[in-house]
Design a protein around this ligand. Structure first.
Ligand SMILES: [Zn+2]
Length: 476
């Protein structure tokens, strides 16, 4: 069977439904994954899926494939990625599959595949899986299938930690999976919940459920001002990421939350390490140092950050995209339900509004995370290396960070300015973020980056996958 090799990404499997993926291909992936696990003597897998239209048939197909290798499956049905990771501990099972295209539009789907408790595949393992599938080097056996409803047990775990929060919260998952879980969870934790687009509709009528998208944040902001809520939270389709708007309707990029969670962790354990991805604002660095912590910058991607945070024994790790890991308090994986509760609990404990808390943070004028389409993988790599070379020529060498801390791109830091350009390892786009201390510097960077990128014809400025590219226009 011919499988497009580019579905095997840096830390996920991702593809377009009916183009790169179909039930037969997904079944092969299941056979490959079961065989991969057996080589590690892992004989059980928990499988959860998001609400997109293709997820139910794909979940069935991957389960068929896994069972055919002799590995047992616990199917927990509709679930958030965090719930599926948690189920690994609950059932004492090292294998795990989350069927979801995450924040991508409905025509995408994908798989996060576990290699152990709170561990998902990184590049090397994904390539090993690819080779098993390409060689059809599959184990054969008959696994057992069990169906379980885990929601109550999972809620209980969280509600034992958080209760009587007493805040008014707008929840907007954009018709995706979190709508089936988060409103009830927060109500039971003592919040008043304003439900916004909480019905489940896997065609995503409002577009991709991407909590870093300005459009989503603006929607939340409007509802906060109308309802007088304390905070608004949005989710992506597998609910491992969140996006937040404060009580004044102010849009927060998630690096501000990385900073907030970092100081919260450091208040309890001074001197600890905090891991964050290279797209984060210097605000994160500043706050960690101010509180006497050790900042550890690392490359973007939930699998990489998760691995680095565990290796460094970090207190906390976070990414601009909204993946947060509370290693000092919870399991070392990302879970949007837990992140939401942590944040609400912090506000309740401090008895302060979010807008008040972040007022004292270092000030940077910061762009959102911008995504620009670049279809082909080889072109993307070549393009990134050309951009890197150009930046090394145009900037002083020691201002350009292009090592393992950034991984798949370049971070430039000079004067009061910072910008990052990197390629995504699991989707067809480049990611850009920039910031400065003053309006003038910000405008300078914005125009510089726009000019730099416009030198490369390979970039698709009209791609459907683009996010926040208006932040690069001179009127923004
Ligand atoms: Zn996600």
């Amino acid at each position: 069977m011919k499988i497009n090799s580019y579905i095997f990404r840096g830390y996920d499997i991702r593809g377009v439904v009916d183009k790169d993926l179909n039930e037969d291909i997904v079944e092969q992936i299941g056979k490959g994954y079961g065989s991969f696990l057996l080589k590690r003597e892992i004989k059980d897998v928990v499988v959860g899926r998001d609400c997109r239209l293709s997820s139910k048939p794909y979940s069935r197909a991957i389960i068929r494939g896994i069972l055919s290798t002799g590995v047992n499956v616990i199917d927990i049905g509709l679930a958030l990625a965090g719930t599926t990771y948690w189920a690994q501990y609950h059932y004492k099972v090292k294998g795990c599959v989350s069927v979801s295209g995450s924040h991508n539009p409905t025509e995408y789907n994908g798989f996060k595949l576990g290699t152990g408790f709170s561990k998902t595949m990184v590049s090397k393992e994904i390539q090993e899986l690819r080779s098993i599938i390409e060689k059809e080097d599959f184990s054969v056996g008959r696994g057992e299938l069990k169906e379980e409803d885990i929601k109550e047990a999972y809620f209980e775990e969280l509600l034992n930690r958080f209760s009587s929060l007493g805040l008014k919260v707008v929840i907007d998952p954009g018709f995706s999976t979190a709508g089936a879980f988060v409103p009830e969870l927060l109500e039971r934790a003592g919040c008043e919940v304003v439900r916004e687009n909480c019905d489940i509709d896997g065609s995503f009528p409002l577009g991709a459920p991407d909590p870093t998208e300005k459009k989503v944040a603006q929607r939340l902001s409007k509802r906060i001002l109308e309802t007088g809520a304390d905070i608004g939270i949005s989710y992506d389709s597998d609910g491992d990421r969140i996006g937040v708007v404060d009580d004044k309707g102010g849009i927060l990029w998630n690096d501000v939350l990385v900073g907030l969670f970092a100081i919260n962790a450091l208040e309890k354990s001074p001197g600890g390490k905090i891991v964050f991805n290279a797209l984060c604002s210097n605000l994160v660095n500043d706050l960690i140092k101010e509180k006497g912590g050790v900042p550890v910058m690392w490359q973007t991607g939930h699998s990489f950050i998760k691995e680095k945070a565990q290796k460094e024994k970090a207190l906390f790790a976070g990414e601009l995209s909204g993946h947060f890991y509370f290693l000092d308090k919870f399991f070392p994986h990302d879970d949007g339900c837990y992140s939401s509760l942590e944040l609400l609990n912090y506000l309740a404990k401090k008895k302060k509004n979010l807008s008040e808390i972040i007022k004292s943070f270092p000030k940077y004028i910061s762009s959102p995370e911008i995504k620009i389409g670049c279809e082909d993988d080889e072109i993307k790599l070549k393009l990134m290396s050309d951009i890197g070379e150009a930046l090394k020529k145009e900037f002083n060498k020691d201002e350009v960070i292009a090592d393992e801390r950034v991984g798949d791109g370049v971070r430039v830091e000079y004067k009061d300015r910072m910008f990052v350009i990197r390629y995504s390892q699991n989707a067809p786009y480049l990611t850009i973020k920039f910031e400065a201390k003053t309006r003038e510097s910000y405008a300078f960077l914005r125009d510089y980056i726009r000019e730099l990128l416009s030198r490369y014809e390979e970039l698709d400025w009209d791609s459907k996958i683009n996010v926040n590219i208006d932040a690069l226009s001179s009127s923004s």
